[in-house]
Design a protein around this ligand. Structure first.
Ligand SMILES: [Zn+2]
Length: 173
């Protein structure tokens, strides 16, 4: 299983294509978010550019996450294409990188660690609010409070004061 690529071996003539599998034991994923991970299949193509490299590929695998509603652990499938540029750090200032361009990663290393590539792509594709299923019914407490807050009719504070005065007045009568 290929794990590291020497970028100096990538020539301008044709891209290097690699299919490999990265074992979860060599990845560093935050345990508080990802309790377990399967091994991940990686397909990657590296193309040498006048400056830096273009990387594109796909990752496939599963991670165990904790549902943000019911707190149950569940397996979350990831099957994601990716594409980004790898540029030397010297390009950070002097370069002409437009924000509309592909994602860019800066690195001066001659070695591309494929386990790191997979780790990064997993992290980029974790759900913000993990859910064990679309219909997970147990409401998250925080979310419920938010809903209640939203469903309150918005009354102008001045009208509220007026109502208090009115009530007071009618009581005094
Ligand atoms: Zn759930």
């Amino acid at each position: 299983m290929k794990r590291k690529v020497n970028l100096n071996e990538v020539t301008a003539k044709e891209p290097i294509k690699i299919d490999t599998e990265i074992q979860s034991s060599i990845m560093h994923l935050p345990e508080e978010e990802v309790s377990k991970a399967s091994s991940f299949k990686l397909h990657i193509e590296i193309t040498k550019k006048p400056v830096g490299y273009d990387l594109e590929g796909n990752i496939k695998g599963e991670v165990e996450l904790t549902c943000s509603r019911c707190n149950k652990k569940y397996m979350h499938k990831i099957d994601k294409d990716f594409k980004y540029k790898l540029l030397p750090t010297s390009e950070i200032t002097g370069g002409e990188i437009k924000s509309s361009e592909l994602d860019v990663k800066f690195s001066d290393s001659d070695v591309l660690d494929l386990a790191e590539v997979v780790e990064e792509q997993i992290m980029l594709n974790l759900p913000v609010k993990p859910l064990c299923s679309e219909n997970c019914q147990l409401p998250n407490v925080e979310e419920e409070e938010e809903e209640v807050e939203k469903s309150k009719p918005t009354v102008d504070k001045r009208w509220e004061k007026l109502k208090i005065l009115k009530d007071k007045f009618s009581k005094e009568k």
